[in-house]
Structure formats: C-alpha cells, structure tokens
Write a protein that binds this ligand. Structure first.
Ligand SMILES: [Zn+2]
Ligand SMILES: [Zn+2]
Length: 306
C-alpha cells in the first residue's frame, strides 16, 4: 500500500461520482453497462464478454500445461439477453499449440468434431456470430408450450419488446451488423438447449460435426434422441394392468385390447406416401421419396402431383 493518501483523495474527487452511481435498484450495473457501450467497443471489451470456461487444455493425453493461446483475437458477436436486449460484444476462442484443439465458449473442437462442455452455458451459440441467453430460450420454449407461439413470432416478440434498440451501439465498426433475432436462431437455440439438457440428464456429452451446413449439424443427434425416446423414453411404455388391458380367448386365438389416452391433438409432420417408409424426404413437397439420391434423378417434386 505505497499509494500516497493525497493521490487516493484525488482519485475519489475525479472518479467518485462515476463509480458509485446507483440506479433505482441500488446497483451500478446499468451505469457500468452504458460506460462499456460508450468506451469498450474500441478496445474489444464489453460487459458481457464470452470466453471458454477453462484456459488450460483438457484433451485426454495432451501434455500441454501452459495457458491456451488466443491466436485470432476476439470476434464480434451479438448476444441476445433478457435484461439488456441485443448486446454488441466479443467472443474469444483459445487454441492448444500441442494437440490443436480449439476451445470456444460453448464447446471444444477436436478432429472436426464439436464437443459441448458438460455444464450448460448461459450464452448458447445459435449461429456463427450470434448467442442467445438461456433465459431467453426458456422464454421461447414456454411461449411454444403454453401459447403455441411459432419461432417466427417468438423472434418477432423479442425484436419488438425485448431487444432494447436504445442500447444498440452507434460505433462505426458495428454499423453493418444486424441486431435482429431471426426464427432460425430461435430454432437452433431450442435444439441446442434441449439436446444439452437431454445429455446432461444422462451424464452424456453432446458431439456434433463442426463442418458442414448449420441446418444439418444437429440432425443425427436429434434422430438418436427420437429413436431412444421412441424405444424406451416413456417411463410407462411397458405398463399393463387389469384396468387398462383386456386379454381374451377368441376361439383359440388370444386377443387383447388397450385403453389409449390422448389429448385429441395430432401435430403431423411431412412423410412419404408409402406407409412406414423409413427414408426421410428432402423437402416437405416430396410426396413419395425416391429410392435413389435426388442428385441422381430427374424427379421434380411438385405440390400439383399430390
Ligand atoms: Zn492440448
Ligand atoms: Zn394400467
């Protein structure tokens, strides 16, 4: 504590009114966030910086014990939050110089595979430069479950009511950036968060391809989950008792009848016109899926063919 007392007094006089300004909730957060918006973007920092959870390599067998390296510097991203709206911020990724693993805020990439961290993050990456706060995604999920709100309307609700356009930066580096949340961000956020919750509940790790199109990235993980739920995901799937099943002998043939309880609503999905066809159609317009790849056929799907 070698700082002279009169220097401390001078600092309090110069900065005292800035650093302890409370808002109506008794917090400085709003004031701090505004200061970050005004002065941080030039220096690549904001009040909501996104980092990988560890600064050391965790690849099994990697002997690198040094700090991971930030080779490319922070990248500009938009973070859609519940309390501060759409925020301009920065995401950092770190690299291991030995095993070449790349650590991002949500996952580590090894050999072309995106391996999500076990702890579900508060900022879920939904596109290359877009992150959505977990609380916002839970809002969308509840809107879907309770009031049948579509992803398009969820995005519209966010953009009109929660995006806080007054917080958008006027900084020249961000003029070209769109701060509008899009329906595909809502869907990808929904998919990533629910897959992560599903894996966490089973103490499993979510792994998806890092390369290829974003729209195909989670298809295999969703199919794997759907198959598991279909086969053994319902805890009562094997239930039977004298109240809900009746078995009788019909002239030497054993017959049975089940009670089925449904809510009367069926949410359909496009499928092939051949009953129980296991091949997924490439588009919702295809009535009968071709048995050879679309790229090798002159098959032209048409609504008029229905
Ligand atoms: Zn390593
Ligand atoms: Zn029963």
């Amino acid at each position: 504590m070698d700082t002279p007392l009169d220097f401390v007094d001078g600092c309090w006089k110069a900065f005292g009114s800035l650093i302890w300004r409370y808002d109506e909730n008794g917090k400085t957060k709003g004031t701090d966030a505004e200061a970050f918006r005004k002065h941080g973007l030039d220096n690549y920092f904001s009040s909501r910086m996104l980092f990988p959870p560890s600064h050391y390599c965790s690849t099994p067998g990697c002997t690198n014990t040094r700090l991971l390296r930030d080779e490319d510097g922070p990248s500009k991203v938009v973070f859609y939050t519940l309390s501060d709206g759409a925020c301009a911020t920065f995401a950092t990724h770190l690299s291991c110089s030995d095993c070449k693993a790349r650590y991002y805020p949500n996952y580590v990439v090894r050999d072309g595979i995106r391996i999500y961290y076990d702890k579900i993050p508060d900022a879920i990456q939904v596109a290359g430069h877009q992150y959505v706060e977990r609380a916002v995604l839970n809002l969308f999920i509840n809107l879907m479950l309770i009031s049948w709100t579509s992803a398009t309307n969820g995005a519209q609700v966010y953009n009109t009511s929660l995006s806080r356009p007054e917080n958008l930066p006027g900084h020249p580096d961000w003029i070209e950036t769109s701060f509008k949340l899009r329906p595909e961000h809502v869907w990808d956020g929904f998919i990533v968060l629910t897959l992560l919750e599903d894996h966490q509940a089973r103490s499993a790790t979510l792994r998806v391809p890092h390369t290829g199109e974003q729209r195909d990235r989670f298809t295999s993980a969703m199919e794997e989950r759907n198959t598991r739920i279909q086969l053994c995901g319902q805890p009562e799937w094997g239930h039977y008792c004298a109240k809900c099943i009746r078995v009788w002998d019909d002239n030497g043939v054993t017959r049975k009848i089940h009670v089925i309880v449904i809510d009367g609503i069926t949410i359909g999905h496009p499928c092939c016109g051949v009953l129980h066809c296991p091949i997924r159609s490439a588009t919702i317009d295809i009535v009968f899926v071709p048995t050879i790849p679309l790229s090798e056929t002159r098959f032209v799907p048409s609504k008029a063919a229905r």
